[in-house]
Design a protein around this ligand. Sequence first.
Ligand code: SF4
Ligand code: SF4
Length: 319
Amino acid sequence: MSKHQYAMVMDLNKCLGCQTCTIACKKLWTDRDGTGYMYWNNVETRPGLGYPRQWDRIGGGYDYGHAWEYDYEQRLFEGRRKPVMPFPEPQSGVNWDEDVGGMNGSENYFFYLPRICNHCTYPACLEACPRKAIYKREEDGIVVLDQDRCQGYRYCIQACPYKKIYFNEVAGKSEKCIFCYPRLEKGEVNACAAQCPGRLRFVGLLDDPESPVHKLVLVHKMALPLYPERGTQPNVFYVPPFNPPKRENYGKSILEDPRLPLDYLVQLFGPEVKGVISQLEAELKKAQEGGKSEVLQLLIGRDAEVRYRIRPELVQIKA
Ligand code: SF4
Ligand code: SF4
């Protein structure tokens, strides 16, 4: 168990699916050789196959698809009139089934699920590495992969139930999200959070009573980890999507007539999700009737000071 633990909460009700976070991360960390297909942060449309394809189904999780190219030269300089097509022909990729979603009765539904490494309290990736190349920083709980020690065995990729480790074929090493620790050490928030126009990411130390993640996860119990039954105890949490009831039933409770099938949410976030939705609904009602809701104030997260509490002075990384 680490001394402190950085954590992130993402409010799925606010995600626009714009992928700004994905690009912020990609430009900062994965635009080197061999990283073309890697998205340490990705945003998938749910329900959907996810990235890598079928990562959450038993036996799946290895089909990332390929990074593809476009030959603009032929159109712009060689005068060919054919549409510019990607090559090699894509079969799958990041957010492959964008905005497809599913049907509940006659109503279509979908929501966006941003994903990073969960910096788990009990990381399966770490357990699986025979080289001890993966470690959890004692000072802040961030899980990192030592590039010098890694021999490219890829047991970590197999072991991670969230499939959040990638293999760099050029370097022959595994790579993963580092929770932007170089930024946190300077007192700056993670790039994905800083850039997010939806302002749905909250960052802080789980054990700091003043941090928004502490309040949302431990005090108000409004955020849940993804697939909690996988046993790694993730430190990324989600406020479940809270779509309105179906069109003909606006007056009813969301639990009575959910647009998003509750079974699906239970599958993703565990049985506690129903309680969280009820509580969110109650908070919303309170605010609509003129009352004050601390939870909603927090979730609105108008200012960066409310959303992030980065404490380099508390964490004190050893040189
Ligand atoms: S999400 Fe996967 S890669 Fe990240 S710490 Fe957990 S087991 Fe390791
Ligand atoms: S930047 Fe924010 S709103 Fe846009 S996809 Fe990422 S998490 Fe969602």
